[in-house]
Ligand binder design. Sequence first.
Ligand code: SF4
Ligand code: SF4
Length: 257
Amino acid sequence: MASAIRLQTKPQRLLDHTDSDIIDRYRDYLLEDPDRHLWLGKSILVDVDEVIRRRFVCDTRLCLRNTGTPKVKTRYSCCWDLEVQLLPTEIDAIEKHLDKVVEHHPALQGPIEKRGFWKYDAEWWKILQKKKNGSCIFLNSCDSLGQHACALHDTALREGLGLGEIKPLICRMFPLFILETEETHIITCYGPETHRVLFDDDYEEMRCLHDNRRATERIYIVMHETLETLVGKEGYRHLAKEAEKILARDDSNGHGG
Ligand code: SF4
Ligand code: SF4
């Protein structure tokens, strides 16, 4: 086991500061059963059910719909309901590629020119700007597919950029999150158990976080780039290797799902 694996510097700012007692109890629950947890180094605890066994896909048809009317939002959407805090470096990164973003998504030119792409929130954090309808300024409809696209994500794909070069970390994180205890960082995901740790009432509205036929791949694979940002390349290699063993064991025990 590589004990040098630790949480990378940038994600430290995402540490969640909810009630520490409930986080401690959740950590104890994970540690109680070897089947529920995986250590990465000495301080990172991976929630096996939520990060390895769970299947997930981000497909906006699960939360938004192109209706041809302003009534697009059908459920909770992280690109609509979340406020995205930005680091100065993230603002610079978006600014650097903004011409390309608008070139690929001309419909965003008007809103961005009118409102800018960031603003201050009530506590003077810099956050992503919203459109008039309440969605993130970078959420763009893609009519041919009946889906919506993050213009930053799409631009990264078209221009051959790494997502980390343009897309804010908070956006790349969802639905993963980190819980902090005195000595441990727990990597987990919004789920049937964990949303209670976060006191999050929106969970029932998040269709993509419930079993659905579009979600066919395990979350640690779908979100490998984000996990690499969190635990480094070596940490992710170790995680993926252990995940394969866990899933193979589940299969041989007849618990594969
Ligand atoms: S992660 Fe879920 S809520 Fe967010 S855009 Fe994707 S499908 Fe919608
Ligand atoms: S930047 Fe992209 S992923 Fe983030 S909230 Fe906006 S549309 Fe969604």
